[in-house]
Design a protein around this ligand. Structure first.
Ligand code: DGL
Length: 253
């Protein structure tokens, strides 16, 4: 079984890509809904949650873990790897590299949670992959919470998305990196704003390909999906329809 987790619903965007890449694999998705959002938590708080969830998933039989959360990856993926040396761990990091490689204007922006924005890991990614590109880091407080509430078309949210993204486009940014898995569900708003000026960069499919490379015999299961949450698990099932992921619901046991 492959364990996939996030603070809440955001990682479902990664899970969808994983299921497409590994249709026969068995997955468990854990949403830490009792502690969402992670973006405004301290490193120590995020690390404690990640280690707890990792141990739980390994105890119930997961042989590979996917941290479907940029914030958890930035803060705690190394601690998780150290805690479970025998288990491959795939993290999710903002697509700074593909954005920098393809940007024509040589200006890119990364939309993230507050915790990821100030992480040393993001600074390192930028240093090694985007040294010759101007990178705008845009923390987007509140966006993940709106996605959690399934308030995707909330006018306040749409307005906030415009207020944060339009100035970046005005400065000539032509790649908008989705640096939080929740933001995939805001893609329609972001795409409408970006128009022909900028392209969204989402790494879900790259993460799925990397997971497939590491999956070995885990690729051959029964195509089952188990959904777990630390609070309100029933909301997780209900959210699948609202997020246009009913194809995942049909696998859920
Ligand atoms: N989905 C998460 C990420 O990719 C975290 C959002 C949050 O809980 O603040 O960063």
């Amino acid at each position: 079984m492959i364990g996939v987790f996030d603070s809440g619903l955001g990682g479902l965007s990664v899970l969808a890509a994983l299921v497409d890449a590994l249709p026969q694999a068995d997955f468990i998705y854990f949403a830490d809904t009792a502690h969402v959002p992670y973006g405004d938590k301290s490193d120590a708080q995020i690390q404690a949650r990640v280690l707890d969830i990792g141990s739980h998933l390994v105890e119930i039989g997961c042989k590979l873990l996917v941290v479907a959360c940029n914030t958890a990856t930035a803060t705690a993926v190394e601690a998780l790897r150290q805690a479970h040396p025998g288990i491959p761990v795939v993290g999710v990091e903002p697509g700074i590299k593909p954005a920098a490689q393809t940007s024509v204007s040589r200006r890119i922006a990364v939309l993230t949670t507050e915790a990821t924005a100030k992480s040393a890991r993001l600074a390192h990614l930028i240093r090694i992959h985007a040294a010759d590109v101007e990178v705008f880091i845009e923390p987007c407080p509140g966006w993940a919470t709106k996605v959690e509430q399934l308030n995707l078309n909330d006018p306040t949210l749409i307005n906030d998305v415009r207020q944060r993204v339009q100035p970046l486009l005005d400065q000539g940014v032509d790649r908008l990196v989705l640096g939080c898995t929740h933001y995939s569900f805001l893609s329609p708003h972001l795409r409408a704003l970006a128009g022909t000026h900028a392209t969204l960069v989402d790494v879900a499919e790259a993460v799925a390909r990397q997971t497939r490379r590491l999956a070995g015999s885990l690729a051959q299961g029964h195509g089952k999906l188990l959904l777990e949450a630390s609070a309100h698990p029933e909301k997780l099932h209900a959210a699948l329809d609202r997020l246009h992921l009913s194809r995942l619901a049909t696998r859920a046991v």
